[in-house]
Design a protein around this ligand. Sequence first.
Ligand SMILES: Nc1ncnc2c1ncn2[C@@H]1O[C@H](COP(=O)(O)OP(=O)(O)OP(=O)(O)O)[C@@H](O)[C@H]1O
Length: 260
Amino acid sequence: MDTVTPKAILELEQVNLFTKLKTQLSANHQGYPILQDISFEVYPGDRIVIVGPSGAGKTALFKLINRLMEPTSGKIILEDREYRQIPIVQLRQVVTLGLQESKLLGMTVQQALAYPLVLRGLSKQTIQQRVSYWMEQLHIPNDWLGRTEVQLSLGQRQLIAIARALVIQPKILLLDEPTSALDFGIATHVIEILIQLAASHHTTILTINNQLELAQVFGTRLFHLQQGQLLTDRTTAEVDWSNLRASLQQAEAQASQEWI
Ligand SMILES: Nc1ncnc2c1ncn2[C@@H]1O[C@H](COP(=O)(O)OP(=O)(O)OP(=O)(O)O)[C@@H](O)[C@H]1O
């Protein structure tokens, strides 16, 4: 019987990102490196955890995938189309970046949750259904709906940031440290919801998450970035977690020395 090879939803081919501004790494003729020679393929339903010390290039990688920055060289391919050929509005329908905490910019929680869906032209009824569904899933109480940013704690703002990304229901979801400010119990619940989403909708989820005990539960694959390079791309079952923890601690200590 033939086995069908799954088709990648996202591919990076020898992607480099350089800047004229000084980074922690030494410059060459192209400038200072942020990301160097990054190649990988990502499949529908993959749950990828990205780890690495401060300055490794994790957020820069997300900015490239969300097209907030352009690579200096190399290709990013989404569903067989090169990024540069995809109108940004179309790309935003497929890829969503959820930040560490929500900036509500004067909006109430209700307005902020509905806003990305209003921009996408969804009907009032669909917007209401989606917002209620994800609030329920994330156990967000109704009495938060009228609150503004200053009336929410850091953890509450983080949960709203996750909800704002989830209501969009994109094919690719990028979450930057989604659970860093949440209580362990709530963080575990969020991880469970994300796992269910990947299973039920084949959503591809990439998270930056140095909380290794949660990363271990959440991920199917692990990317380890260090000094702008992809050191490891392997299934989480293959990862030696205590080695990884030690290596991250060492790299973090070295990075903080370099800042001093
Ligand atoms: N737009 C930019 N222009 C110039 N340099 C940048 C830009 N964005 C990031 N950098 C630099 O690139 C390097 C990687 O930054 P990045 O924010 O991706 O690291 P990170 O791994 O996400 O770190 P952290 O865990 O501290 O958030 C850093 O040296 C940073 O100063």
